[in-house]
Design a protein around this ligand. Sequence first.
Ligand code: FES
Length: 109
Amino acid sequence: MPTVPEYSDFVVDRKDLKSDLQPHVASRKSFKTFLVEGQTYFYCTCGLSKNQPFCDGSHTQLKGYKPLKFTYAEEDKIRGLCGCKLNKLEKGPFCDGSHKKIDFDKITI
Ligand code: FES
């Protein structure tokens, strides 16, 4: 199992992020990612990480952003993690299809 970096400053719900700034769109579609049952991850909410979909500490460049800590509770599987960082329905790390409704050419970041 790969080592996952630990971060001491994080949120467990994206609604707890306190920022007036829009996140950077890391990808216009989800990141297909193999997740391991019982493994804890630090998902990048700011979109600036070079280690998508996970945090690499770059969020210090975007005020108010922190990684989202979550422990994957289902069986080992490839899952779609939100790449646009703009999911609306699901405040966790998983893609909810929001990227299909966004006109990326009209949003400013
Ligand atoms: S939350 Fe994006 S780099 Fe940490």
